[in-house]
Design a protein around this ligand. Structure first.
Ligand code: E4P
Length: 217
């Protein structure tokens, strides 16, 4: 299972990379804006910096919503670094662009996926990754994890190679549940990833070991 961090915050990306378990980064226009990164020039510069910080895939999202615009922006993004994965919105034009890029051997991530049908189309178009947004489904009282299970079943039925990138992961249990369901990748905040470390018995056990060591020294 791959772990991506879902942020444009360089400090958090560095921290996750230092853990040694990071496989990539996902960003989106909202995450860029949150870090105060605005304007095409600064956004491009930021992508380059992220690529230099991590080993692995870096999803960079197009802003265009028409095929020609997506192709132009996607080609510009892909030219920045071989680590770049062109992130495309789940629209009719996005599917066309996905097919265009997969035929050219350029990695893609179909984003804003909320149904099994959308995920099926993304796989048919040859997407490298499909991003079902589980947290946002949970937000509207719909079971986001159920969608992961549905997509897993469909992809396994036909041996689709598109990787299921569980996105909009909000907390640690989402990661565990996605792992149980066979998601290929999760992308989430550092806090959710670091939550996997925590267990009170680990802390209690370590405190006891250290105290016992001190007694003998
Ligand atoms: C995925 O690539 C998106 O950037 C992200 O996971 C969205 O998460 P959110 O619903 O927490 O904004």
């Amino acid at each position: 299972m791959k772990f991506f961090i879902d942020t444009a915050n360089l400090e958090q990306i560095k921290e996750a990379q230092a853990l040694g378990i990071l496989d990539g980064v996902t960003t989106n226009p909202s995450l860029m804006a949150k870090e105060g990164i605005t304007g095409v020039h600064n956004i491009i510069k930021h992508y380059k910096t992220i690529c230099d910080l991590v080993i692995g895939d870096v999803s960079a999202e197009v802003i265009a919503t028409d095929f020609e615009g997506m192709v132009k922006q996607g080609e510009e993004l892909a030219a920045l670094n071989p680590q770049i994965v062109v992130k495309l919105p789940m629209l009719k034009e996005g599917i066309k662009a996905c097919k265009y890029f997969s035929d050219k051997g350029i990695k893609t991530n179909m984003t804003l996926v909320f149904s099994a049908g959308q995920a099926l189309l993304a796989a048919k178009a040859g997407a490298t990754y499909v991003s079902p947004f589980i947290g946002r489904l949970d937000d509207i009282s719909t079971d986001g994890l159920h969608l992961i299970a549905e997509i897993r079943q469909i992809y396994d039925n036909y041996n689709f190679q598109t990787e299921i990138l569980a996105a909009s992961v909000r907390h640690t249990m989402h990661i565990i549940d996605c792992a149980k369901l066979g998601a290929d990748v999760i992308t989430g905040p550092l806090k959710a990833i670091e939550g996997l470390l925590s267990h009170p018995l680990t802390d209690i056990g370590l405190a006891k070991f250290l105290a016992d060591f001190k007694k003998g020294n």
